[in-house]
Design a protein around this ligand. Structure first.
Ligand code: NAD
Length: 456
């Protein structure tokens, strides 16, 4: 694929101003939804082939979110694109001031593999709603989902408007040699740095949706049964291959054993057939990740689970206990179905350990004590999170989704996404009929006093 030609074609098309038309955008969003709906079976089949993701999880964690956001954009694109009047101020009397929502232009979206449809198509759809053209590069690891997205998009949209480029590192590097008006990347921190450097050459704005180790605090007053239920669901969803998954738990020592027992009971109740893959549980994406995760299981003290099957790329829901911050499992983001549990005597000490590490993408707090919750929210910096729940904050499109510090730059979902693909152009609009003389030379004390009166 000639990337330069593709980019040039998209730039030419963008310059026709057709994508700026709201009806055009809405018709494209409707078209994408119809294509996804008509081809759901193909989408389910492809993702099952890649890592045995079930129809249930594919619908609930990928397609339903896409449909919801498409409808949200269809409903709001017109409103969000409207010229927004603001006060002009006395200094500029008799002018008007307004803000124009302007699409950025040609955008590049690079997706991650773990929610292959959602993480590729949602930024792409958002960019389209904001009036841009899109080149989408899905992750190459889930081969079949990448193929099906390329087929559905490239068969139905002209390449000068919305086009999927398949490939891995090599193809991404080629894409990154060129200038875009926006790059939206989802993936790991090391690759995020590569993307940021490539974008910097052209001063291209970026949104970087990265990862990290997201802590979960379980305090002594938490409802343990409900806490275990919500943590087990969110941790082992997608077999732990979720960027906002509770990476590890910090539990008050006084309830450690009761909490471990509650986790065990919950896993046993949720995953009946916990020794092999079934429709409730996914494979690890590839052997490389399986081997990395197996070493983590073997490096710690397994409290529950720990069953490994390399051929099936299966790791059962696993709890590690007696974990310390210096253990192997605490070095990098786990990104698999292993939950380390660290107990603490003093909450302040646990907080300062978290604070000494890079700002996480998410943080979860299980407690009824509003004072402690408020304090944790004030003292810890993280992308987003939940109180007495995990992961579910992502489902509310009114909450901007993104990281801070090492966990990312910028955010999306709903209006936040629309904003990230939009330039807000500020305009002062004046008539010819009036121009006070006070700012013009010759300057005088009196003119300064009037200006001072107006400004202060
Ligand atoms: P990755 O960084 O390996 O790959 C992401 C994309 O970058 C892929 O499309 C890949 O082809 C491309 N890529 C890989 N190496 C490259 C290179 N050297 N040069 C240019 N492009 C390259 O990430 P991944 O393994 O697909 O995803 C896992 C990571 O993504 C985890 O850290 C996870 O936390 C993070 N993640 C974040 C979010 C979020 O919304 N914040 C969502 C999902 C995953």
């Amino acid at each position: 694929m000639d990337m330069e030609k593709l980019l040039l074609q998209q730039r030419e098309f963008f310059d026709t101003d057709q994508t700026k038309n709201i009806d055009f955008r809405i018709s494209q969003l409707k078209k994408i939804k119809a294509i996804l709906k008509e081809n759901e079976d193909l989408l389910y089949e492809a993702i099952y082939k890649d890592f045995k993701k079930s129809e249930f999880e594919t619908y609930t964690t990928e397609l339903s979110l896409l449909y919801h956001e498409i409808d949200n954009f269809i409903k709001n694109t017109k409103k969000w694109s409207k010229r927004k009047k603001v006060a002009a101020g006395m200094v500029n009397f008799p002018a008007k001031s307004y803000i124009l929502a302007e699409p950025l232009g040609v955008t590049l979206v690079i997706g991650a593999w773990n929610y292959p449809y959602q993480l590729s198509l949602l930024p792409a759809i958002t960019s389209i709603a904001a009036g841009n053209t899109v080149i989408l590069k899905p992750s190459e690891l889930p081969v079949n989902t990448s193929k099906v997205m390329a087929k559905l998009i490239n068969d139905n949209f002209p390449e000068n408007y919305f086009h999927v480029v398949e490939g891995g590192v090599q193809e991404t590097k080629l894409l990154l040699e060129h200038r875009y008006d926006k790059i939206f990347f989802t993936g790991s921190i090391p690759v995020g740095k590569i993307i940021y450097q490539a974008a910097a050459k052209h001063l291209t704005p970026v949104t970087l949706e990265l990862g990290g180790k997201s802590p979960t605090f379980v305090l002594a007053d938490a409802d343990l049964k409900m806490t275990a239920k919500r943590i087990v669901w969110s941790k082992f969803l997608n077999a732990g291959q979720t960027c906002i998954s509770p990476d590890y738990v910090l539990v008050d020592k006084s309830i450690e054993q009761a909490f471990l027992d509650a986790l065990k009971m919950e896993i046993e109740a949720s995953f009946e057939n916990k020794h092999k893959i079934d429709e409730n549980y996914l494979q690890i994406i590839n052997t490389k990740n399986f081997d990395r995760l197996s070493k983590l299981v073997e490096s710690g003290q397994v409290y529950f689970g720990g069953n490994l099957d390399r051929e099936e790329r299966f790791i059962s829901p696993t709890i590690l206990h007696n974990v310390t911050f210096s253990d192997e499992v605490m070095k990098d983001e786990i990104f698999g179905p292993i939950l380390p549990v660290i107990s603490f005597d003093k909450l302040e000490k646990a907080i300062s350990e978290v604070k000494s590490r890079p700002k996480p993408l998410s943080c979860y707090i299980y407690s009824k004590n509003r004072k402690i919750i408020r304090n944790l929210l004030k003292t810890l910096s993280f992308g987003g999170g939940a109180i007495n729940d995990s992961v579910m904050h992502l489902t509310n499109s009114k909450l901007p989704f993104g990281g801070v510090g090492f966990s990312g730059i910028g955010s999306y979902h709903g209006k936040a996404g629309f904003d990230s693909f939009t330039h807000y152009k500020s305009i002062l609009d004046k008539p010819f009929w009036f121009e006070p003389n006070i700012k013009y030379a010759p300057y005088s004390k009196c003119k300064k006093a009037i200006i001072q009166w107006m400004m202060e």
